[in-house]
Design a protein. Structure first.
Length: 188
């Protein structure tokens, strides 16, 4: 499979995914602060993201990772209001294996409205069209909102890794959900 870069802007019916950039940093810290208690339950980086300077450092890291094809991070915006809804990223990109992992979060006031399902479907379409064959979503076994979102987006539970992630309360199991590209494999 040839290396590729996804589009920096992906548009859906209600949302737009924009490559993580400096212009969104103040909105990002506001969304994180609004959702800090809920996010902290499952995301390790929340405690280390205390203020705007932490978000700025993260943005620089994400930009470097984008250029190096380590991770592609997007901010999710509502089309009508231009409100920052959250973030979705492509992690563990393995071109040789045609695989990648999706990770995501939404601000608390915008959950349960189908935004993340739409973001997943928009991003997976872009990835599948470029030749990614296998996408996974991994989440803490107790994070039912995340796993339910994966299921609603058509991902199937593949496995449960026992005591695979350390959390503030100890080691937790990780569920892995998988979806395969509808396009035939080529280039072997």
């Amino acid at each position: 499979m040839n290396r590729f870069k996804p589009k920096e802007h992906l548009i859906g019916e209600r949302i737009i995914l924009l490559k993580r950039e400096e212009t969104h940093e103040e909105e990002m810290i506001e969304a994180i602060n609004e959702s800090r208690n809920e996010l902290r339950e499952y995301l390790f980086w929340v405690d280390g993201t205390k203020d705007l300077s932490d978000v700025k450092k993260a943005t620089q890291m994400f930009k470097k990772q984008w250029e190096e094809d380590v991770e592609w991070a997007y901010d999710i915006y509502e089309l009508d209001t231009h409100i920052l809804l959250g973030s979705i990223g492509v992690h563990n990109i393995k071109f040789i294996n045609r695989s990648a992992e999706l990770g995501y979060w939404l601000r608390t006031s915008k959950t349960n409205q189908g935004y993340m399902k739409e973001a997943i479907l928009i991003l997976e379409k872009e990835l599948f069209e470029h030749g990614i064959h296998r996408l996974t979503i991994c989440c803490d076994v107790f994070n039912k909102k995340s796993s339910n979102t994966a299921i609603r987006a058509g991902y199937k539970l593949e496995s449960v890794a026992k005591e695979a992630i350390y959390h503030y309360t100890g080691l937790h199991d990780i569920e892995t959900y998988v979806k395969f590209s509808p396009y035939p494999l080529t280039g072997f």
